[in-house]
Design a protein around this ligand. Structure first.
Ligand SMILES: [Zn+2]
Length: 172
């Protein structure tokens, strides 16, 4: 789950997130910025690994921000062996690359949680009760904190590869 500060965005319908929208933000995020995230991710224990099902279906939906289950721009739920990821279309509308970066976060987080026996119910319960600032997953008390951190490392690496300015992406 990922919460961005996208309150300034206007809600205009988007037919597809793979359209050739103009790329306007090309600020390069240097490796020095990425490194602490990678270190954090590497430092986390990975003892509780469970194999994933042999046949996984991944469905990605773009929905209006208002249609999200709670205050988030990225959401995921497992339905059996089908993973449904719902991204706020306003994020993709702002920059199509953001959609790929955000999708990576959700995908990595969902797969890691699944492989470590953390259910979406546990994650949902924490996220929906969260009253603090920033992202629920940043809270060390989150049941999926280390999975969120690893997802953020992958997300950030992809942002670098796509020349996405990290702070603009976060809406800061
Ligand atoms: Zn997260």
């Amino acid at each position: 789950m990922k919460r961005l500060a996208f309150s300034m965005l206007t809600a205009v319908a988007l037919s597809s997130w793979s359209i050739n929208a103009p790329i306007t933000k090309t600020t390069f995020v240097g490796e020095s910025t990425t490194e602490p995230f990678l270190k954090t991710a590497r430092a986390e224990p990975s003892a509780k690994f469970r194999s994933l099902p042999e046949d996984i279906m991944i469905r990605v939906k773009l929905i209006p921000q208002q249609a999200q289950r709670y205050d988030t721009e990225g959401d995921w739920q497992w339905h059996g062996d089908t993973l449904e990821i719902r991204l706020s279309k306003e994020v993709i509308e702002d920059d199509p690359r953001y959609g790929i970066v955000l999708l990576t976060h959700e995908l990595v987080e969902a797969i890691l949680c699944r492989s470590r026996g953390i259910t979406d119910r546990q994650v949902d319960a924490f996220d929906m009760a969260f009253k603090g600032e920033g992202e629920p997953g940043d809270d060390p008390a989150a049941p999926y904190h280390s999975e969120h951190e690893a997802a953020q490392a992958a997300e950030r690496a992809l942002a670098v590869a796509l020349n996405v300015d990290w702070r603009s992406y976060l809406g800061e």
